[in-house]
Ligand binder design. Sequence first.
Ligand code: UDP
Ligand code: MG
Length: 331
Amino acid sequence: MTTASSAAQPPSLWVVAACFNEASGIRAFITAIEALGLAQQLLLIDDGSRDNTAAVIRAEIELRRDRPEALPISLIELTRNFGKEAAMLAGLDQARGRCDAVVLIDADLQHPPELIPEMARHWQEGAEMVTAIRSAADQESTLKILSASGFYSLFNRLTDSVQLVDGAGDFRLLSQPVVRALTDMREGTRFSKALFPWTGFRSVDISYDRPQRNSGATTWNARRLFSYALDGIFSFSVLPLRIWIGVGMVISLISLVYALVLVISTLLHGIDVPGYASLIVAVLFLGGVQLIGIGILGEYIGRIFEESKRRPPYLVRRISASASRDRQGEA
Ligand code: UDP
Ligand code: MG
């Protein structure tokens, strides 16, 4: 499949957004993207919304049918909520080979669409990827900011292949080679934040202030964020497995020294009944350490199990589109 740039037309840019329960704000989002007049296609993925997001989008598509001047919208409806990572992948799969660049953006207007022209400008000047980095002065709670920066420094210390930048998320422009690279990676537990830099394509960074959600509510509670953070670490680092070699060696060394101390003190002072306290502390301590080690092994084995099933990352119920400025037709 070839990209469209060989034709005389200007390079084509798609805007791709995953939507989950965005019915109340999706019209404003569509209007904002349309007002830019930059995109050749707005591709929305309904990630199994429980409200009528899909119906609202389908109505917008109907409004645009046979109106060549309107922004073409297409909608991929997933069969259920597969999560934002899977929904973004569905969008990238659809965009693969069909445009010259993709802007990934949140549908809740927390990623200001006004930034897209600047991103497109960098791309036209040759950038392979443009990353919008959320500035630190954000309306997040102090706890969230602290835990996020703690996570980034831990992640960066644990991994060699990528360095995460605090505030760099999914709001990015990806040129077609990056889209291909990302869609080539079919791992089950996706951690896009790190997959983008992992591809090695160079990024031009721009910064922005993140506004509040225009409507609806975030689905990222503390538990979900924590498990997302663990996904990130366990899918990019094996250091948590290796740590146990070090821990085991240190504990063995301590026991050896302690054994020597016992031998010497027995020789000097005769046989002494060892204390119950030191015994129970040693047993409990070692038991705890072993359980942590087994738990971490379990995390990785669980992930191997998940990957080995090779289930598709998402399933599509249907695809609808208004018109298509896509030069190769619909898939
Ligand atoms: N989203 C999604 N599937 C989900 C959760 C979220 O497609 O399971 C979409 C959501 O509609 C929004 C984007 O991902 O466009 C970011 O979600 P959210 O605003 O909840 O996250 P936050 O902005 O708090 O990081
Ligand atoms: Mg949001």
